[in-house]
Write a protein that binds this ligand. Structure first.
Ligand SMILES: NC(=O)C1=CN([C@@H]2O[C@H](COP(=O)(O)OP(=O)(O)OC[C@H]3O[C@@H](n4cnc5c(N)ncnc54)[C@H](O)[C@@H]3O)[C@@H](O)[C@H]2O)C=CC1
Ligand SMILES: O=C(O)C(=O)Cc1ccc(O)cc1
Length: 307
């Protein structure tokens, strides 16, 4: 099958952009990859690492001749990054992105590039690492990519974007942006907020010295520290851009936490047991569906990334 796009521009050459650059080169050898990053040091590193065939110095030059542009910058920078490409964009180019929230990004891209085809997407695949060294070609393999086409999207262009993500190994789902933002608020954004909170709480406790936090972090806390090491700029932008959905889910979470708090206080073991049994079944269901962790060093050996 021929590749859905001939030339792909990737803007933002960190974990996501670098991984797309490597994955396209691995999966679609005839496709040219052009990269750009606002940070000159990242551009230099990206050239050294071969994240793209070419990394021009000017954003608009990176867009010239491409039939797909994928924006891989923090969600708060999407509009600005897109506007910088305007002078170089070809007619008929598809503008997409990988942002972790979708409704506000869709609005920012449509505003920055009026008259262009914008089809937002979110590969639900990543790690706590960031920057050009963090990328690896197998990041999207067997992971979901959620595409959120606007209601009036050209179905042929949407089909090409689906084929693009499938060629990178992803499984594609489609939904509207608001639904995406609600689902991801509970499955991704809230867990990150909880991790950021608990790691901060532990280190703030006077009696828990820094060394005790490190020494006893082999348990569940260690998993939270991995998530809480995620990029501060990226996550600040996610919470600000998906504010309403995150606040709604946070409200529900707080109510459920209060229920468990009450059960502990009252010595209500049945409530605790029933809850934990239900959550264990959820974890087992995830593993049965083959959706356990695809990050490097988590059960995979066919990757070239590092933790
Ligand atoms: N980190 C993760 O696990 C995942 C992240 N995402 C989304 O992917 C996007 C990128 O995240 P990462 O790759 O993790 O971030 P990153 O921090 O590794 O890379 C972002 C890059 O964008 C560049 N950049 C910032 N503003 C720019 C601009 N105006 N023009 C050009 N380049 C600019 C930065 O210099 C940086 O190199 C974010 O929107 C994030 O929400 C989506 C799925 C997973
Ligand atoms: O590293 C992890 O556990 C993640 O959850 C990665 C991740 C971060 C942000 C996304 O939008 C999607 C995936």
């Amino acid at each position: 099958m021929s590749a859905p796009f001939k030339q792909v521009t990737v803007v933002g050459l960190g974990l996501l952009g670098g991984s797309i650059g490597l994955a396209v080169q691995a999966a679609m050898p005839g496709v040219r990859v052009v990269g750009f990053d606002a940070d000159a040091e990242v551009r230099t590193k990206a050239r050294e690492l071969g994240l793209a065939h070419e990394v021009p110095e000017v954003a608009a030059d990176a867009a010239r001749g491409s039939d797909l542009v994928v924006l891989c910058v923090p969600v708060g920078a999407m509009g600005q990054a897109a506007a910088a490409l305007a002078d170089g964009l070809s007619d008929g180019v598809v503008i997409s992105d990988v942002g972790s929230s979708k409704a506000s990004v869709a609005r920012a891209l449509a505003e920055a590039l009026p008259g262009h085809t914008v089809i937002p997407a979110h590969p639900v695949a990543g790690t706590e690492r960031s920057g050009p060294d963090a990328g690896f070609a197998s990041l999207f393999s067997n992971r979901w990519c959620i595409i959120t086409p606007p209601a009036d999207a050209d179905t042929a262009q949407v089909a090409k974007l689906v084929a693009f993500w499938e060629a990178l190994g992803a499984r594609v789902d489609m939904m509207d942006a608001d639904h995406h933002d609600k689902v991801l608020a509970v499955t991704s954004h809230l867990p990150h907020l909880i991790a950021y909170t608990i790691v901060g709480t532990a280190s703030d406790l006077e009696q828990v010295t820094q060394s005790e936090v490190i020494k006893y972090s082999a348990g569940g806390f260690r998993d939270f520290t991995r998530i809480a090491a995620s990029d501060p700029t990226m996550w600040r932008d996610v919470f600000l851009s998906n504010r309403d959905a995150v606040l709604e889910m946070l409200q529900r979470f707080t109510e459920d936490l209060t229920e468990l708090q009450k059960a502990i206080r009252k010595g209500d073991g049945d409530t605790l047991f029933d809850h934990f049994e239900r959550t264990r079944a959820i974890r087992r269901g995830i593993i049965e569906m083959g959706q356990d962790d695809a990050r490097p060093d988590f059960g995979r050996s066919d990757h070239d990334g590092q933790q």
